[in-house]
Design a protein around this ligand. Structure first.
Ligand SMILES: Nc1ncnc2c1ncn2[C@@H]1O[C@H](COP(=O)(O)OS(=O)(=O)O)[C@@H](OP(=O)(O)O)[C@H]1O
Length: 397
């Protein structure tokens, strides 16, 4: 894996040579070792493109790293051109997406095929970057679970949560409970990162996340029209089966491990009262989620409920054997994981990972490692492969 190297911008021929050199670099991620066994030749290799371009709006704390990992593997296998942020892993989040945040189209590519890094959506701007036939997908999660996860993960990053954490000191109450007692007192909407502190999924989708107004339903309708599939984390496998049908993916392409999960002891127990306060604070996310759950079941009905159920059963069975093959230990604490497989940690929470089985063939090793590769490591790997240089860091403040 190519990381921590600084390359200046240089002529494209230089970068092409670097890319070639990088491809010779031997690691479990070396090209040609990552294909799932017995995979058919790709449509790209046969000279036609069977899969549409994809925009995945990666919403925060919804399971989106798991979906992104599926898309990363699919894109890498297909030699897709990724629309990557020109700096770091996110499109200048929490600003609204702009064309200017996207890195250049690499030499030899005529279009971007996949966009799946964190952003705050601006549909019009995204459409300027991606081909007209791009399929738009995203993922939503129960707003209570999303907010609880977000609060724990971003306690030391989102200003409103930081204030609540400080206020909770010596109060004998969790920071989350203190926040929910009077969220308005901690929440300054002018702080850009506070976008995640109220209706975070609406914020990521580019909606007004502060309060309901007359144009909210119209904007929601625009999103319904724009998104070909809004997956629901509570029906994750059903969502993936529908995604597979939409993108022309096989079950083996969709196999996944739950990524970016917190350790059990980082999760805050919520009583009914806290849940109600969370729903009311995040009422727009509740509306958004309920609306798209309905849309989801409409799509499931169109697909055929019995067919969906049967496919999910088959998918789970095939995934179980993949997991058996790949994983020797799940929910491994970060201290026990090698750098390559250690997820990014925040100050206030523990994110667990996986240990890969030993004695795998090089091909299986490449496949299995990719499936458990945390977002940042996989993102840097693909970026390096595409551009022959490391990602640029965020500008110094
Ligand atoms: N398959 C599946 N089904 C349901 N839930 C899942 C799945 N995969 C990941 N997760 C949970 O999603 C949380 C991580 O979300 P993200 O990857 O979107 O987080 S991030 O914004 O990129 O940091 C994180 O939630 P918490 O553990 O509650 O924090 C993961 O456990």
């Amino acid at each position: 894996l190519q990381t921590n190297r600084t390359h200046e911008l240089r002529p494209t021929a230089d970068r092409r040579n670097e890319r070639k050199a990088a491809e010779k670099h031997s690691s479990p991620l070396t090209p040609n070792t990552h294909q799932p066994p017995k995979h058919k030749p790709t449509a790209r290799a046969e000279g036609r493109r069977a899969h549409p371009p994809v925009v995945f709006l990666k919403t925060h704390r919804t399971g989106s790293s798991t979906v992104q990992n599926i898309l990363f593997r699919f894109g890498e296998r297909e030699s897709a051109t990724f629309a990557f942020p020109s700096r770091t892993y996110q499109f200048n989040y929490p600003d609204r997406f702009k064309v200017a945040f996207v890195d250049e189209l690499p030499e030899g590519s005529s279009q971007f095929d996949l966009l799946c890094s964190h952003m705050r959506l601006d549909l019009r701007e995204v459409r300027k970057v991606m081909p007209q036939n791009a399929v738009f997908i995203t993922l939503l999660r129960d707003p209570v679970k999303t907010f609880e996860s977000l609060f724990g993960y971003y306690t030391s990053i989102v200003p409103a949560f930081v204030s609540a954490y400080r206020a909770a000191a010596n109060k004998g109450k969790s920071a989350l409970a203190v926040f929910l007692d009077s969220p308005e007192t901690f929440w300054d909407p002018k702080e850009p990162w506070n976008g995640l502190a109220k209706n975070p999924m609406s914020f990521d989708m580019g909606l007004n996340n502060q309060k309901w107004n007359g144009s909210w339903p119209e904007h929601l309708a625009q999103l319904e029209e724009a998104f070909h599939l809004v997956m629901i984390a509570e029906h994750f496998d059903e969502s993936l089966v529908l995604l597979g049908a939409l993108l022309g993916l096989e079950h083996e392409d969709l196999a996944y491990l739950r990524l970016n999960a917190r350790a059990g002891n980082s999760v805050t127990e919520l009583d009914k009262n806290m849940q109600a306060k969370m729903r009311s604070w995040n009422v727009l996310d509740t509306l958004l989620y309920d609306f798209f759950v309905q849309v989801f079941w409409e799509k499931a009905n169109q697909f055929g409920l019995n067919k969906l159920k049967a496919e999910v059963t088959r998918f789970r069975a095939s995934m179980e054997s993949t997991r058996q093959k790949c994983v020797s230990r799940a929910e491994v604490s970060p201290g026990e994981l090698e750098d390559l497989l250690r997820p990014w940690q925040t100050e206030t929470t523990t994110i667990v990972g996986y240990e890969v089985r030993g004695n795998l063939s090089l091909q299986d090793q490449g496949y299995c490692i990719r499936m458990m590769l945390p977002e940042l490591q996989y993102h840097s790997h693909l970026y390096f492969k595409q551009y022959g240089r490391d990602m640029r860091a965020a500008p110094a403040d």
